[in-house]
Ligand binder design. Sequence first.
Ligand SMILES: [Fe+2]
Ligand SMILES: [Fe+2]
Length: 139
Amino acid sequence: MTTTPAEVLDAQVGDPAIDHDHKLIEELILALREAIVSGDNEAQAELGEALVRHVRTHFAVEELLMRLYRYPGAAAHAEEHAAVRDRLKRIAWDLTSGDTDAALRDLDELLAWRTTHMTEADVAYRQYLCATGIFRSGA
Ligand SMILES: [Fe+2]
Ligand SMILES: [Fe+2]
């Protein structure tokens, strides 16, 4: 079983609401990871549902903003989100079937993906929205 804590980078896109969402996703991933390592099935179910719910809402808001303001990279960005939704389904399946090693591997990859996505794709669409005047830079 994987027991090494995942590396977490404190990356931020510079918008308080988005950064709050990203931080909460990170905290839910780490809490779910801990519940898996400690074998707390009740917490796994609760945290897994909370993670899926929060990620879905966050992605929906981002995709709506990108569509509303015609962000040119919206389709590619949404594809990255879709891959994460698939990964979350796989984690749920791993946990249902008792394959905790696979669930931990997927969670660690999700955490690494989150940092890359935030610092590249999310920063890029935020810069676009700032340039259109929707977001204020530095807000
Ligand atoms: Fe995103
Ligand atoms: Fe995001």
